[in-house]
Ligand binder design. Structure first.
Ligand code: NDP
Length: 313
């Protein structure tokens, strides 16, 4: 017989764990399914300096361990599994784990987050794991005293470039516009780092190398009289061009926006299906911050609790 739970949470980032802490303390006995990246995106970052309560900053993975421990302290049941399908057509909702294990859920809190985007070049596939990466903190170690490139002009790209500059000999930051979109503090740090060279107005056309990445074909000022095609010698190519929400399994079941983010009825976390709530980056194209995700996770748990009371479940 399938297990029936009052509150099922999908995802183990700041939103998921915070939802679990709130739901558990409200006696909803939540079950949290970790998903493919236990701990979420913060496990692939370095220092988190802007999460309140850590005056000296904290390493991303350590913070996620703390959140997990706090969720466990209030008896959240954590499942190390993947959700492979959901059926939201009737309540309780049917959620399938690992293709076979079924959980019936009176309420569902979706905190599946977002995943790094790639440029879409065939060479990214060709050299995946052979010099191409979307996670500097995961793979930067392999590029000590080597030359690498980071693509992107946002906070993530700057953060990754700074992290890599601590290991590598040289870091190119490939920025398609003539300015960085990143916050002023990050721009300043990148600008002041002697190991980082910013290539503004530059796009990547391809990668080359015998077996692993040995360089990138780039073009600057594309489509202008100053258009210039040239190669840079690099050992590693890091993508930091943003994220896409992890909503494929909800397509056709929950209302999504044009970019695939789950639509919520602000200021609540209610989705287009009663009893399903969404929190964190999966429903947030705007802020995408750990603290904002955690806050929305708390709101989702409170919304789920209210829903259960109203439906005397
Ligand atoms: P952003 O969307 O902010 O930036 C993406 C960058 O990638 C932009 O510079 C964009 O260029 C560039 N880009 C997108 N597509 C392409 C492409 N096809 N080719 C080349 N370049 C491309 O994403 P981030 O991941 O940097 O940040 C997301 C959010 O998270 C932001 O709100 C950010 O502030 C926040 N954040 C905060 C941190 C912190 O405070 N410590 C750390 C990391 C992220 P263009 O500008 O031309 O569009």
């Amino acid at each position: 017989m399938a297990q029936t739970v009052k509150c099922l949470i999908i995802g183990s980032g700041p939103a998921g764990y915070t939802a679990a802490i709130y739901a558990a303390r409200a006696n909803l006995s939540p079950v949290l399914v970790q998903g493919p990246v236990p701990g979420g995106q913060l496990t692939t970052t370095t220092e988190v300096e802007n999460f309140p309560g850590y005056p000296q900053g904290i390493q991303g993975p350590e913070m996620m361990n703390d959140l997990r421990a706090q969720a466990l302290r209030f008896n959240t049941e954590i499942r190390e599994a993947l959700v492979t399908s959901v059926d939201l057509s009737k309540r309780p909702f049917t959620v399938t784990l690992n293709g076979s294990d079924i959980i019936m859920a009176e309420t569902l809190i979706v905190c599946t987050g977002a995943t790094a985007k790639y440029l879409g070049l065939p060479d990214e596939q060709k050299y995946n794991g052979m010099g191409v990466s979307a996670c500097a903190t995961c793979d930067g170690f392999f590029y000590r005293n080597r030359t690498v490139a980071v693509v992107g002009g946002g906070d993530t790209a700057c953060e990754e470039a700074l992290y890599l500059a601590g290991l590598a000999k040289k870091v190119y930051l490939i920025v398609r516009k003539d300015y960085l979109r990143a916050s002023k503090v990050m721009q300043k740090r990148v600008g002041e780092n002697p190991k980082i060279e910013i290539l503004f107005n530059t796009n990547t056309e391809g990668l080359f190398g015998e077996e692993v990445v040995e360089g990138a074909h780039v073009v600057s000022h594309l489509g202008t009289p100053r258009e210039d095609h040239f190669d840079i010698a690099i050992d590693g190519f890091f993508l930091a061009i943003g994220h896409k929400p992890n909503t494929a399994m909800f397509d056709g079941q929950l209302e999504l926006d044009a970019d695939g983010y789950i639509k919520v009825k602000a200021p609540s976390t209610c989705t287009s299906v009663e009893g399903v709530f969404a929190a964190g980056d999966v429903a947030d194209p705007r802020y995408r911050q750990a603290i904002v995700a955690a806050g929305s996770g708390a709101r989702a748990a409170l919304d789920a609790e209210r829903f259960l009371v109203e439906h005397t479940l």
